[in-house]
Write a protein that binds this ligand. Structure first.
Ligand code: CA
Length: 369
């Protein structure tokens, strides 16, 4: 079978960084959606795809299950060697074209779809908490779509040394179209709209771009990545199509804001702010700061703090109240808490304690097999 491919990744409207990545290097195609504070998500998704890209070039008969497990181990290793990356993880939905069929490997909530005879079929199962609750009959499909914790994953690369990988094979027909995508598309654009775009837009690249536009029109709250493969009758060239840029290069990725000029900010922080605080309103500021609460990280665990999650001129504006026994790395792996390191602010102590209870509950649910 011959394959024509289109691929797009987009930061979306609301996010500043793109933590998604894709791989397009015949016969391997994949999307990965990273998570974790700071640069973690970006590192995890890129690393997983780089590992798989390298292994598949070295061994064309690569066993996909053990390859994904290797990638998982490498993500874990990188995270354990660098505290700023701890808690990072990534989804992975990968396929390899093998003559008249494709073999898929899947972990997480990115998806693969097959469009055949104008009908769209989801090939992968989402490894999410809400999908499991739907399968257990505890939630309806419609309740799942608006559930506040719908993005919590039950499986991802980078979480555990043992990883369960869905592996399956789909027989191809000429005229089939396969879509790989991250949840930035499917959480916004309905299956019906996806089907309409895929059935009406003949060019795979234009189909990708149109799907990304649809997600951005819907608010673009998350990074969006789509890969479209068109399967046609005929022989794939021995070498495959010309090597395409497999993973978006740094130049294509959204840039960080240029570092601000250093010294005026320093002067501001070291001189002006303490002056204002000391002379102007030390007591007011202290009373205000003392009334604030937030949930953050202390010594690797989720912790309760009083004050503001910030420092001025080297002085912390907070005090530790209580260190829980909940692992911060595991909490950060859950999407609602990915910014835990920056502090989740709360309206008072009760509110902060409720956040901690919610984290505890979500951690338990995300682990129950
Ligand atoms: Ca996502």
């Amino acid at each position: 079978m011959k394959v024509r491919v289109g691929a797009t990744t987009d930061v979306g409207v609301a996010r500043e960084q793109n933590e998604d990545a894709y791989l397009v290097r015949a016969p391997i195609y994949a999307v990965a959606d990273g998570m974790g504070g700071h640069q973690g998500g970006e590192v995890a998704s890129q690393l997983a795809l780089e590992v798989l890209d390298r292994m598949s070039r070295e061994d064309h008969e690569l066993d996909l299950r053990s390859a994904v497990r290797d990638a998982n181990r490498q993500v874990l290793e990188r995270a354990s060697g660098d505290s700023s990356l701890s808690g990072m993880g990534t989804t992975l939905t990968l396929l390899r074209v093998e003559g008249p069929r494709v073999r898929l490997a899947h972990v997480g909530d990115s998806r693969a779809y097959l469009l055949r005879d104008d009908e769209l079929r989801q090939l992968t199962d989402d490894h999410t908490l809400v999908n499991r609750m739907v399968q257990e009959g505890k939630l309806t499909e419609n309740e799942a779509k608006i559930h506040p914790h719908r993005s919590i994953l039950t499986r991802a690369l980078g979480v555990d040394g043992d990883i369960e990988v869905d592996i399956f094979t789909v027989d191809l027909d000429a005229g089939d179209r396969i879509l790989l995508c991250s949840d930035g598309l499917t959480s916004i654009v309905s299956d019906d709209e996806i089907r309409t775009v895929l059935s009406s837009q003949a060019d795979p690249q234009e189909a990708c771009d149109e799907l990304v536009s649809a997600a951005n029109r819907g608010g673009g709250p998350d990074n969006i990545t789509v890969v479209v493969l068109d399967i046609d009758e005929g022989e794939e060239d021995e070498d495959g199509p010309p090597p395409e840029e497999p993973i978006p290069s740094p130049e294509e990725r959204p840039r960080e804001a240029a570092p601000r000029a250093r010294w005026p900010r320093r002067v501001f922080l070291w001189v002006l702010v303490p002056l204002v605080l000391v002379i102007g309103g030390l007591l007011v500021a202290r009373a205000y700061i003392g009334s604030q609460w937030f949930v953050g990280i202390h010594d690797g665990n989720v912790a309760l703090f009083r004050g503001l999650p910030a420092e001025i001129a080297g002085f912390d504006l907070y005090t530790l109240v209580e260190r829980t026994d909940l692992s911060a790395a595991r909490a950060v792996a859950l999407q609602p808490y990915r910014d835990l390191e920056d502090g989740i602010t709360a309206d008072g102590e009760d509110d902060a304690r409720e956040v901690i209870e919610q984290i505890e509950e979500d951690l338990e649910r995300s682990l129950t097999p």
